[in-house]
Structures are given as C-alpha cells and as structure tokens.
Design a protein around this ligand. Structure first.
Ligand code: 13P
Length: 262
C-alpha cells in the first residue's frame, strides 16, 4: 500500500506570520504520520521558519520551485542545496503556473529534478495538459511525453525516488468541479507508462498525486480512487480548519488499511 500524501500548495499567498499562525493552528490536530504524509508548499521566505515551527509535526515543508544548479551567478534563483540545508524535504518542479507564466520547459524542469535529487530533496514532478491536448492526442499521451522528457535527466534507479503530480489545466484554479473519473484516468495512465518504461515494481511504489479544485467535499471521492495516492490542494488549503478536515478525512479512509499492515 502506498501511503497517501496530502499537500497544500499555497502559491503566492500568506505572509511569514500568516504561515506560522497556520502551523500553530494545525499543531496537535494532524493525523498519524504512519497513515498519511502531510505537507505544505509555501513561498521561499516562509520555508525556513516553517521548518523550525513544524519540526515535531507531521507536516513536511515543500518548496514551490528551485533552480537546477547548486550555486553560481543566477541572480534571483534559489539553490536546492540551500533548501536542503534549511531542512526543506520536497520541491515542486514544473507546476503548470511556472510553465505558462514563467516559460519553463521540460529541459529546465528536468535539470531542476536532477539537481533536487542530488541534494537529497524529493522532487514532485508536475505534469499537466489542456483539454485540447487530451482530445487530440488520445488518452494522455501529451503527459507521457512531458514526463519522459523530464525523467530523461535522471537514472533508472532514481525514478522510484520521485513523486509525480497530474494537474490538468482545466481543473487548476478555475473554480470548476474536479472530475474524479478523469483524475483517476490520468493517474492510472501515468502509472501504466511508468510500468512500461521502467518496471512494474517502480510503478507500484511511486506516488502519483492529483491536483485541481480539490476541496473538503470531493477529497474522499478522489482519494477513494485506486491510482490516486494523494492530492495537491490550492485554494481550499489556505484555511487551517479546511486543511485539517481534508487530511483527517483521508486518514479515516486509510486508517483500517494502515492498521491491517501492522
Ligand atoms: P486549486 O486547488 O486552487 O485548483 O489549485 C491546484 C493546484 O494548483 C495545486 O498545485
């Protein structure tokens, strides 16, 4: 059984004070880390204070981006080595907003993934697609091409150490309802392509997350799907009570299986 990974993506929201107040609000109310992994992707300024504040909590700290080099003349960029030294455990690479607003391409995202792994940070590789790509390419071939390009910079052995997210653009930040059937189909096809390209064992281990309009009302339906191992939550994660409702609903869903595994 793959342990579910429930992460907030706060994007460019909250000040450092807001972020710390949130950590205080969820402290003591998060689920058992043996059942669910919880995380928060915050902007760079908030990361180090959050690592300090969340030290004893089931709350991993996630960077929303990092550069593909360790140091050098890259004004305005942040090194994955500096993030690792600050205690950051995960980094999102190639979120759709970075690809569309900041022109990140697969080559750049691949470098970021490889550099993060070298620093001991787990990359969350974000894949996306538009409705047009889905209709014209059949299934989600566009996502496969994107993913394989990004994985091309890392070794066969390292693939099992990444997390993948599937965030179709029509579901991200648009206020539409997430469609659990399409979400599952995307994640299932990604897993199948990992099995075909790497191995069944790797595909069976790797965690594949879904992102796009997840909220307290639909999280159980989405997390009830076999190939969805977690979610990246934008808007609905900004409120601490909402976040707690979601992680604890997922914990209730997974607790019997975690207990049986003991
Ligand atoms: P929303 O949950 O606001 O649709 O955002 C999803 C997202 O971008 C997660 O990375």
């Amino acid at each position: 059984m793959r342990k579910p990974f429930i992460a907030a993506n706060w994007k460019m929201h909250k000040t450092v004070d807001d972020a710390l107040k949130f950590v205080e609000a969820v402290s003591g109310r998060l689920p058992d880390p043996a059942v669910v992994t919880c995380g928060i992707a915050a902007h760079f300024l908030a990361l180090y204070p959050m690592v300090q504040a969340a030290k004893d909590l089931n709350l991993g700290v996630i960077a929303q981006n990092a550069y593909g080099e360790f140091s050098g003349p890259y004004t305005g960029e942040v090194s994955p080595r500096a993030l690792a030294a600050a205690g950051v455990q995960y980094v999102m690479c190639g979120h759709i907003e970075r690809r569309t607003l900041f022109h990140e391409d697969n080559q750049l995202v691949a470098k970021k993934v490889a550099a993060a792994l070298q620093c001991g940070i787990t990359p969350i590789i974000c894949t996306d697609e538009t409705m047009i790509q889905q209709e014209f390419n059949g299934e989600v071939h566009y996502v496969f091409a994107q993913l394989m390009d990004v994985l091309s910079e890392i070794s066969f052995d390292q693939v099992k150490n990444v997390i993948i997210s599937y965030e179709p653009s029509w579901a991200v930040g648009v206020g539409q309802h997430a469609n659990p059937t399409l979400a599952e189909e995307g994640c299932r096809l990604i897993r199948r392509s990992i099995a075909d390209t790497y191995s069944y064992e790797v595909a069976d281990k790797i965690r594949i997350l879904y992102g796009g309009s997840v909220n307290p009302e639909n999280i159980e339906l989405i997390m009830g799907k076999r190939d969805i191992d977690g979610v990246l939550i934008g808007r609905a994660s900004l409120d601490a009570d909402n976040f707690l409702t979601m992680v604890n609903r997922v914990a209730a869903l997974y607790a019997p299986a975690a207990e049986a595994k003991k």
